[in-house]
Ligand binder design. Structure first.
Ligand SMILES: [Fe+2]
Ligand SMILES: [Fe+2]
Length: 149
């Protein structure tokens, strides 16, 4: 069943919510391709989904580090472990194993839980840091004040 974006998936950081919802779109596209038994499409969506998810992880880790989020290291570890798991699935898929349904279920289950629990936890720290950066820039004046002041 396709994942429907519900408000409890929103973190409140717009750019993060956009990225999460793009990942959800990919997972739903993957489900379509699986239902149509379109192997070429499955391979393509799988690659895109994995690439996009990995760059999202890197983006998130950067934000957390800049904000000095206290659990940024364990969060990165969780990302890394998951990346390794999906990497193994991708390998099996390339060897001809039919892992697509299993992988689809893992992606949807893992992502929803991760967004609601682990990602929700870093939001306050990252938001506070963003507000600080904006306040600093406003104080500095210059181009930022001319546009946003
Ligand atoms: Fe995330
Ligand atoms: Fe995350």
């Amino acid at each position: 069943m396709a994942i429907v974006w519900t408000s409890d998936l929103n973190t409140g950081i717009e750019i993060i919510d956009k990225q999460h919802s793009r990942i959800v779109d990919y997972i739903n596209e993957l489900e379509d391709a699986i239902n149509q038994q379109d192997k070429v499409a499955i391979g393509r969506v799988l690659d895109e989904c994995v690439d996009y998810t990995l760059s999202h992880f890197a983006f998130e880790e950067n934000l957390q580090e800049e904000a000095g989020y206290r659990y940024c290291k364990p969060h990165k570890k969780v990302h890394d472990l998951f990346a390794r798991r999906i990497g193994e699935y991708k390998e099996r898929f390339m060897l001809g194993d039919d892992i697509t349904k299993e992988l689809h279920d893992l992606l949807s289950r893992w992502l929803i839980t991760h967004i609601k629990q682990d990602d929700a936890d870093y939001v306050a720290a990252v938001k506070a840091n963003m507000m600080e950066v904006i306040a600093e820039k406003k104080k500095d004046g210059g181009w930022f004040r001319r546009f946003f002041g």
